[in-house]
Design a binder for this molecule. Structure first.
Ligand SMILES: NC(=O)c1ccc[n+]([C@@H]2O[C@H](COP(=O)([O-])OP(=O)(O)OC[C@H]3O[C@@H](n4cnc5c(N)ncnc54)[C@H](O)[C@@H]3O)[C@@H](O)[C@H]2O)c1
Length: 335
């Protein structure tokens, strides 16, 4: 039986990397039936709505989504569709692994960390307003609840237990944001008592950023609030070769959406330069989620075998190939 998956190809480099990923999954024999849907700038330009009701209904029904990156206008314009989708389907757990890869330049030695980002609250709830008529001062409200903190921190501990990980770190700014991230830290400390087999520590966010660069081996599973998680996961991507190589899962109780950590990269769109690895790794996380771990492993092995072949890889990987040559090489490496 095939798994039905909603495919949103996305904006910018989205369509080219999505096509590459679909071709690789098909070559690997992944039993997926793709249902295309539109969102983001592409949907806005053709329907006037960046998140059409039809797409929402489809996701609600199908429950699993592979999503290319979506462009969000900076400053004005519509709100982030990525953030909207995470909130709409209560995809509270954003899991972003970053692992050193063979043949890919890594700035900090061996890295193998997983960032858990709370995906529904913090400063991303969109409660911003001008304080004065002349728009010289703006304010933003961040919300952190015990409920949301508990479910993401528990997800991090459960992941650590299930994957044989040793340590969970809570990153926070409880010295300054004493109530919001203070609550997050407090919940972390409480939950740590339920998992005595997992080492627990906490780091203030600025120190966490430095430790990730200088001592990445000390970071195993790191869990944090929305904005901090967004920033630290890009930092983690930078440690292992850039945004082109890190995928992510957005999991809720009933729905799951898988995507690259990176954005729509308008600077390289349509030029055959985009690296599809991040979306491909997201797709392997999706295969794991759908119970197709063997196929996911086969694809990951094919990627590892392809990365040292520089002539096949994209420029961000230090290669001289294109999106297509790289995808083709992965397909050949599947054997
Ligand atoms: N989840 C998402 O859909 C998501 C995430 C982040 C940003 N965005 C949106 O994407 C748009 C562009 O944002 P940005 O430029 O700040 O970030 P970006 O991640 O799109 O690009 C940052 C840099 O990384 C490079 N890059 C990114 N992905 C790459 C890949 N697969 N292969 C090779 N190089 C790659 C780009 O060329 C660029 O130089 C914005 O509208 C932003 O809101 C969407």
């Amino acid at each position: 039986m095939k798994h039905e998956v909603v495919l949103i190809k996305g904006d910018g480099i989205g369509p080219e990397i999505s096509d590459a990923v679909v071709a690789i999954l098909e070559a690997a024999g992944a039993p997926i039936s793709w249902t295309p849907a539109m969102a983001g700038m592409a949907a806005y330009e053709s329907t006037g709505d960046p998140l059409p009701g039809e797409t929402l209904a489809l996701i609600d029904q199908v429950k699993t989504v592979l999503k290319g990156p979506l462009t969000t206008p900076v400053g004005g314009g519509f709100r982030s569709i990525n953030v909207g989708l995470r909130q709409k389907f209560d995809l509270f757990s954003n899991i972003r692994p970053a692992k050193s890869l063979p043949g890919v330049r890594s700035v900090s030695g061996e890295v193998d960390m997983v960032i858990f980002r709370e995906n529904t609250q913090g400063l991303y709830i969109g409660r911003e307003k001008w304080v004065d008529e002349n728009h010289t001062v703006a304010e933003s409200i961040g919300v952190v609840s015990r409920f949301a903190s508990e479910r993401i921190i528990r997800a991090a501990f459960e992941y650590a237990v299930a994957r044989g990980r040793k340590r969970v770190t809570v990153a926070h700014k409880a010295n300054i944001l004493k109530l919001t991230t203070g609550l997050f830290l407090e919940v972390g400390k409480e939950l740590a008592r339920e998992y005595p087999q997992i080492e627990f520590n906490d780091l203030i966010i600025d120190n966490a950023a430095m430790q990730m660069v200088l001592n990445p081996h000390k970071i195993d599973v790191l869990v944090t609030t929305n904005l901090f998680g967004d920033i630290l996961s890009d930092l983690a991507s930078g440690l292992v070769g850039g945004l082109g190589v890190t995928g992510s899962a957005n999991l809720g109780a009933n729905h799951a959406m898988f995507e690259a950590v990176h954005g729509s990269a308008p600077d390289i769109a349509g030029q055959g330069k985009a690296n599809p690895t991040a979306l491909l790794f997201a797709a392997t996380m999706m295969l794991d989620h759908l119970g197709e771990a063997k196929i996911a492993d086969r694809i990951r092995k094919a990627v590892l075998a392809t990365l040292p072949q520089k002539e096949k890889c994209t420029a961000d990987l230090g290669g001289s190939g294109t999106t297509d040559s790289y995808a083709q090489a992965i397909i050949e490496a599947l054997g």
